[in-house]
Ligand binder design. Structure first.
Ligand code: AGP
Length: 610
């Protein structure tokens, strides 16, 4: 989703801003732009369609000198991806803005501004903001007042960076619903959508809160809350290494992140286990007593995180004996729901900034849940800050749009939650020791599965010319099939659907013919025989089967049946183990197809708008 960088410094800022944009590329975008104040009243802007590298070439050809500037990567919402829609937007050479979010009342504002004589040069919702700020400045307000008064007129979500060409000594930023951080330097200050963008220039950050407006000069940063009170926000030091978000020797971030899974899983388990036990305090000091009172669990998430939640439903009901419901956040937030008595509301998110998940959490907090818990990969995210309890996954930065290590570490965190909820219920000490032992064995098991990489790369050739693929699973492998299908469609653009295998005969069987590859996840569990019958139904109709099965599964490789063997493991770990080859399959198919693996078309990493 859109990325923002801004700087007010004692040195030229063009290179800093461009590097910041490069580091935000992972968020997904279609165009980029930069505006730099060369001197009072002199603003220079450059915008390009496509990659930041193109913008950098443009700036190299036509340098933008100046010590204050803003820059942006745009992910189109209103108006096609095009140079004239790219940010920064400027009004009458006076002020310029970059924006992330959606202004919901842009149509009313636009109509009124047109009437008042403003000319529009884009189809974006953002352009009304720059005109509104201009009107405030023209009416005699200073930049801070102009932004504050404009913010009061806006409905929707925004993170803003604003410069007034007549007031070159400051940069103003505002946040409502979209993330924004301030980077603290020495004699220079910065804004950005996330900390990665600013790691080359600082490791000290202030995370703006909802409704905050900030004024940055070279010397200081001042922040006002939504009620107009001057407030102090804590300065936090990030311990992320400068290269934390770099690709290293890997061809793509996604491949790097797939191979980082053993370490990410080990890190997520680290210091949460002690001997044969789960550390009671890992969900916070109050959690143990609170969990003892919980009678039901609701989990809300989007995309890949939703699939992890679906797996957790099986675990929480089977091991902890608690009813668990799971829903996609965009649906949950817009319906009236019955809140079960003493229920725990869990949100699951890699980024912690997903607009729908955040909105669902805010709604749940008003609805009478006993407590809220966020399972998240980003410690300073909105979701973490707004939840009662937190369990961080320690996946490290995930840059590839297709979520991989974030998913498997979420599953690990959800197993820890299952254990914590199951204690004193269906999980006794012996069972806890068994589960903890299995968790500890997980990083090595995942390493073993990663050795299938070459074999799966060869298998990928069978999928390259396909238009459609069906993924099948049963039980907790059904969400894994869903995740496999999502991975394949998002990076290879092959249409992929997942079904619980028992549903085949209720409709999707009609799709099966010799052209239809069917991927099945088949661990050696209680549902294996049922699944095998479903696979027979596919074979009988000529479908091409690609079955991921562990060594114990009696399945013969015959014409039309390809079997990929995985190391055998306990049922509990199967969802994690069977995810890995599906990630690799999607990756290799995408590479063979030559798609943009890390930044697939139309998608954004952090979905901060509805
Ligand atoms: C997964 O590969 C996706 N790109 C996407 O579905 C993602 O999981 C979803 O947008 C939710 O993001 P979150 O975990 O940051 O909330």
């Amino acid at each position: 989703m859109c990325g923002i960088v801004g700087a007010i410094a004692q040195r030229p800022v063009a290179a800093i801003l461009l590097e910041g944009l490069k580091r935000l590329e992972y968020r997904g975008y279609d165009s980029a732009g930069i505006a730099i104040l060369e001197g009072p009243g002199q603003l220079n802007r450059s915008r390009t369609l496509g990659k930041v590298a193109r913008l950098a070439e443009e700036v190299a050809a036509h340098p933008l000198p100046g010590l204050t500037g803003i820059a942006h990567t745009r992910w189109a919402t209103h108006g096609e991806p095009a140079t004239h829609n790219a940010h920064p937007h400027i009004c009458r050479d006076r002020c310029t803005i970059v924006h992330n979010g959606i202004i919901e009342n842009h149509e009313q504002l636009r109509a009124a501004q047109r009437e008042a004589g403003h000319r529009f040069t884009s189809e974006t919702d953002t352009e009304v903001v720059v005109h509104a700020i201009y009107d405030q400045l023209a009416a005699g307000h200073d930049l801070l007042e102009a932004v504050r008064n404009t913010a009061a007129e806006l409905q929707g979500a925004y993170a803003l960076g604003v410069i007034d060409t007549q007031d070159p000594e400051r940069l103003v930023a505002a946040r409502e619903g979209s993330p924004l951080v301030i980077g603290i330097g020495f004699g220079e200050h910065f804004i950005a959508s996330d900390v990665f963008a600013l790691l080359p220039v600082t490791h000290r950050f202030i995370f703006l809160e909802e409704g905050d407006i900030a004024e940055l000069t070279r010397e200081r940063v001042r922040i006002w809350d939504r009620d107009g009170h001057l407030v102090e926000r804590p300065v936090k030091t990030s311990n992320l290494a400068l290269d934390a978000a770099e690709r290293g020797e890997y061809r793509h971030y996604m491949l790097k992140e797939i191979f980082e899974q053993p370490q990410a899983i080990a890190d997520t388990l680290d210091d949460r286990l002690s001997g044969n036990r789960l550390r009671p305090e890992c969900f916070g000091n109050e959690a143990e007593a609170l969990f003892a009172e919980i009678k039901a669990v609701t989990i809300v998430a989007c995309g890949t995180s939703y699939h992890a939640a679906q797996v957790a439903r099986y675990w929480i009901e089977a091991f902890a004996g608690l009813p668990c419901s799971v829903e996609v956040a965009s649906e949950y937030r817009y319906r009236r729901h019955v809140v079960p008595e003493q229920a725990l509301f869990v949100t699951l998110s890699q980024s912690g900034e997903t607009a729908d998940t955040l909105a669902a959490l805010r709604q749940a907090k008003q609805s009478g849940y006993r407590a809220t818990l966020a399972i998240c990969n980003v410690p300073e995210s909105s979701l973490v800050r707004e939840s009662d309890l937190v369990l961080l996954t320690h996946a490290g930065p995930e840059i590839g749009v297709a979520s991989t290590k974030a998913f498997t570490t979420q599953l690990v965190a959800l197993l820890l939650l299952t254990l914590a909820l199951g204690r004193g219920r269906d999980i006794d000490e012996t069972e806890e020791a068994r589960l903890v032992g299995l968790l500890r064995s997980l990083p090595l098991k995942v390493e073993e599965v990663l050795r299938l990489d070459e074999q799966i790369a060869m298998l990928a050739e069978s999928f390259v010319d396909k238009q459609h693929t069906l993924f099948l699973g049963r039980g907790e492998q059904y969400p894994i099939a869903m995740e496999g299908a999502l991975k394949l469609k998002e990076i290879s653009y092959i249409h992929a659907e997942a079904y619980p295998a028992g549903e085949l005969k209720h409709g999707p069987l009609a799709l099966i013919d010799e052209q239809m590859p069917v991927v099945a996840v088949a661990p050696n569990n209680a549902l294996l025989e049922k699944l095998k019958s479903n696979l027979e139904e596919v074979r009988a109709r000529g479908g091409q089967l690609y079955v991921f099965a562990d060594f114990q599964v009696p399945l013969d490789e015959t014409d039309g049946v390809n079997v990929i063997r995985l190391p055998e493991t306990d049922d509990l770990l199967d969802p994690l183990i069977f995810t890995i080859p599906l990630q690799l399959l999607a990756y290799h198919v995408a590479v063979l197809k030559g798609t943009d693996v890390d930044q697939p078309r139309n998608l954004a990493k952090s979905v901060t708008v509805e």
